[in-house]
Ligand binder design. Structure first.
Ligand code: B12
Ligand code: SF4
Length: 459
């Protein structure tokens, strides 16, 4: 069996400035497909990956490739923002080749539209085992009714099989199948510490928190499964030795949730003396009680960037989205410590949360000015299916600020935060002292700066 795995790129309508241009500045390896690919290879299914964000083919070219390579099945990644695009590609592939199509990723909560669009299998949650079983079904070895975690059409009607259990021990996962992509074509130049070749990793699956706007649990649930440090080190050794990786962006919802684990991880990495830097996503609660000490160790082990979701500076709004108002103190501490240890700190806030007013949005901006992370990212709220807020407010009628105005407020916040001589100077000095190459890369493409500060939209 030969399987093509594909990541589509939005054809029309760009989400939050994720334009074609932004894709050229920020292209992350398709980690989910790399896992699915490695897993399929284990049962002798040969896979290729086409990441349209990396190499764009128009519809005719894509179909020509699919026919020439004689694939037996196509698998596609989807998230909510990609739904229409994925349905387009499904229709195109079915019409031109009639190959079976399977769709997986965080956007499969409501499978009916994909199935109506021609998909044969819609996969919920973790894809490694389900994808294998789909191949076995296509080979006639397994009945479709026994594949857990899929939706499909039976006699024209949607059927949903029972849920698939989580992979209990994620140490058993194969290494992501990096040989299927051109690793040199991936980067994230939004971050000043970018070094190439770069890879992404996930050392845990699941997040114990219940933020009301978030949908991470749809794939991973709220149970945290942590890879052992030993397994993580094996993957890092592999990435460094095989691909000469210089930067790893850890995509765990929250990195290093357990105290012993994060100490062991840093110590093991220090022992290896690799020329390797890394970035992590933290939570305002992360490392409470031992922050000073662990930041010192993380720095020594090569951590260069920390990312932190703050979401709102208003305690009432935080409470309403199931976050702890004490988060604000934790956030201040993490920003301070990241800066103290020379790490690049990126914070995120969402405008347009329930009960947000123009005044609370201003509080967010004030918080960003006072704490002064290197980047303060302001996002427009996304009403995502699967989130608690989607259930609580199906009509999204929870803020006095109209959507268009939220967009404007995001744009204005970006202008106010970044278009300051002191900020430009701070970022310039940081780049000069930490990663001078980055300045050349940015200057080569002035559109990047305009995009970053929100003065330029679209392609
Ligand atoms: C890194 C990241 C990004 C990166 C790039 C993502 C990428 N695809 O490369 C960037 C920053 C660009 C990004 C952008 C966005 N993201 Co994002 N992102 C993430 C993050 C943090 C990690 C993704 C990842 O690599 N996970 C690791 C891999 C292993 O998991 P996976 O991709 O889900 O794959 C597994 C399964 O889903 C499944 N699977 C996946 N594909 C396939 C395909 C087949 C055929 C099969 C069978 C199975 C299968 O099997 C895989 C292995 O188990 C997740 C949060 C998270 N913890 O997952 C959010 C997340 C995926 N993003 C999310 C969102 C909302 C967005 C944006 C819409 C945000 C915005 N408003 O701009 C955009 C959309 C971009 C676009 N598509 O155009 C949501 C998705 C929710 C939803 N219902 O769609 C998530 C879950 C965050 C959240 N907490 O809500 N994102
Ligand atoms: S937003 Fe982050 S901390 Fe909150 S539930 Fe989602 S992944 Fe967890």
């Amino acid at each position: 069996m030969k399987c093509l795995l594909m990541t589509p790129v939005q054809r029309k309508g760009f989400v939050l400035g994720v334009s074609k241009f932004a894709y050229s500045m920020k292209r992350m390896p398709p980690l989910g497909l790399l896992y699915v690919s490695a897993s399929l290879e284990q049962i002798g299914c040969n896979t290729d990956i086409i990441d349209l964000r990396h190499t764009y083919y128009n519809d005719d070219e894509l179909i020509r490739i699919i026919k020439e390579k004689k694939y037996d099945v196509v698998g596609m990644y989807t998230d909510t923002s990609l739904k229409d695009t994925v349905i387009h590609y499904t229709g195109l592939i079915k019409k031109s080749t009639n190959l079976p199509v399977m769709i997986g990723g965080p956007g499969t909560l409501h499978p009916e539209e994909y199935l109506k669009g021609g998909a044969d299998y819609v996969v919920f949650g973790e894809g490694e085992i389900t994808a294998k079983e789909i191949i076995e079904n296509l080979q006639g070895k397994l009945d479709i009714g026994s594949i857990k975690g899929i939706g499909f059409l039976r006699d024209g009607k949607m059927a949903v099989n029972p849920k698939r259990e989580l992979i209990e021990n994620i140490d058993t996962l194969p290494f992501p199948d990096y040989k299927k992509i051109d690793i040199s074509g991936y980067h994230d130049f939004f971050f000043i510490n970018m070094r190439k070749p770069y890879a992404t990793m996930m050392t845990s699956r699941g997040c114990p928190f219940r933020c009301a706007y978030c949908t991470s649990h749809v794939i991973w649930t709220r149970k945290v499964r942590q890879m052992s440090v030993e397994r993580v080190m094996k993957e890092i050794d592999f990435l460094v030795k095989e691909y000469n990786i210089k930067l790893i962006d850890f995509l765990d919802d929250i990195f290093g949730l357990k105290k012993d684990w994060i100490y062991d991880f840093c110590n093991e990495l220090i022992k290896r003396k690799y020329d390797l830097k890394w970035c992590v996503i933290l939570h305002p609660w992360s490392f409470k009680g031992y922050r000073e000490d662990i930041f010192k160790l993380m720095k020594k082990a090569g951590c260069v960037t920390t990312k932190l979701g703050i979401q709102s500076a208003n305690p009432k709004i935080l409470k309403n989205v199931n976050r702890n108002p004490e988060d604000l103190e934790g956030a201040k501490d993490i920003i301070r410590l990241s800066k103290k240890h020379g790490m690049f700190i990126v914070t995120e806030m969402i405008f347009g949360l329930p009960e947000d007013t123009r005044a609370t949005v201003n509080e967010n901006l004030d918080f960003a000015f006072k704490t002064n992370p290197h980047y303060a990212l302001f996002f427009e709220y996304q009403h995502l299916e699967g989130s608690e807020l989607f259930l609580r407010y199906p009509n999204r009628d929870f803020t006095e600020i109209p959507n268009d105005e939220v967009k404007q407020l995001v744009k204005k916040a970006n202008e106010k935060f970044y278009l300051r001589l002191s900020k430009i100077f701070e970022l310039f000095i940081y780049a000069l002292t930490h990663r001078p190459m980055w300045i050349f890369q940015v200057l080569k493409n002035s559109r990047f700066v305009l995009n970053l500060i929100g003065l330029r939209k679209g392609q």
